[in-house]
Write a protein that binds this ligand. Structure first.
Ligand code: CP
Ligand code: NVA
Length: 330
């Protein structure tokens, strides 16, 4: 059923109802069909958007750029450090200026409060392209990918292994609770999501007849899992000095063949990417030289296996981001 999200910002999934999230997923699948059949869909011709990045990106930036152009919009990119915001101009002033020039603003960066304030002061829809707390556009692509594989998502068991207090794990817990998916966070007690957020998600999950479980027991977590998910152990914006303690704490939660073999035979592997699964990155090589670890949060074997749907997931970032922009700007 169509929902009216026109004029809304997309800051975190807690702000959206189950039906609104389902509507965005339906719309994403429609946009994917239009793209795959080369059907033009310049529905937002004449509008302009700005992408404000305070952290680096491949998928999110490219998704906003391609989706924006496919919809007929002008797209301006401001790279990390090249805008005046926060250095020579307050956030409120920058937001009010951008709101006069653009129809929508994407923000990737640090505190959730920054993206919330951009929305407050700019007066136009603002989309969260990742903050320290949440990564909501990623979630739409993740659920869409699982839906394409299983044909449904309600009642599935999703398990996140590793740094379960990061932006991706937080957002996964929220989207699972909203959509009736059983969510398990598996990692050390120190790397569990914020208690207040867990409490909020448990209440939402109860309404949607699903569960939220926190555990450090890998076997218990993996057993019967339909989706196994992980993310890098040190997120953008965190100091590189953290690598040593994270490697020690999170190595037991690496997604490897043994973990996958405990899951449901049909289980798929997802990862928001980028991933350290081999030595083909400078960071991966530095970690190898310092700690002797050739692969980190996921083994290359799992990453490259048939169960891994990470490139479908990455492609779906573009279709889902297009749906979010269309729904909020139409
Ligand atoms: N998954 C994701 O957000 O990737 P980028 O950091 O490349 O945008
Ligand atoms: N948790 C990761 C996600 C990257 C898409 C980070 O914030 O760096």
């Amino acid at each position: 059923m169509p929902r009216n999200l026109s004029g809304r910002s997309f800051l975190k999934l807690l702000d959206f109802t189950t039906e609104e999230i389902q509507y965005l997923l339906d719309l994403s699948m429609q946009f994917k069909q239009l793209k795959l059949t080369h059907t033009p869909h310049k529905y937002l011709e004449g509008k302009n958007i700005v992408l404000l990045f305070e952290k680096t990106s491949t998928r999110t930036r490219c998704s906003f750029e391609v989706a924006g152009r496919d919809l007929g919009m002008g797209v301006t990119y401001l790279d990390p450090g090249s805008s005046q915001m926060g250095h020579k101009e307050s956030l409120a002033d920058t937001a009010r200026v951008l709101g006069r020039m653009f129809d929508g603003i994407e923000y990737r960066g640090f505190d959730q409060q920054i993206v919330e304030d951009l929305a407050k002061y700019s007066g136009v829809p603002v989309w969260n392209g990742l903050t320290t707390d949440f990564h909501p556009t990623q979630m739409l692509a993740d659920v869409m990918t699982a839906y394409e594989y299983f044909g449904h998502y309600k009642g599935l068991k999703w398990v996140f292994f590793g740094d379960a207090r990061n932006n991706v794990a937080n957002s996964l817990m929220v989207v699972c609770a909203k959509l009736g998916i059983n969510f398990v966070a598996c990692g050390p007690k120190e790397n569990m999501p914020d208690e207040k957020l867990v409490k909020t998600c448990k209440a939402i999950a109860k309404e949607n007849h699903c569960t939220i479980t926190l555990t450090d027991d890998v076997k218990k977590a993996a057993k019967g899992a339909n989706v196994i998910y992980t993310d890098i152990w040190v997120s953008m914006g965190e100091p590189k000095e953290l690598w040593a303690e994270r490697i020690k704490a999170l190595s037991p939660y690496q997604v490897n063949k043994e973990v996958m073999s405990m899951a449901d035979p049909d289980c798929i592997f997802l990862h928001c990417l980028p991933s350290f699964h081999d030595l083909n990155t400078t960071t991966g090589r530095q970690i190898y030289e310092e700690f002797g670890l050739p692969e980190m949060e996921v083994t290359d074997e799992v990453f490259e296996s048939a169960q891994s749907k990470v490139f479908d997931e990455a492609e779906n970032r573009m279709h889902t981001i297009k749906a979010v922009m269309y729904a909020t700007l139409q």
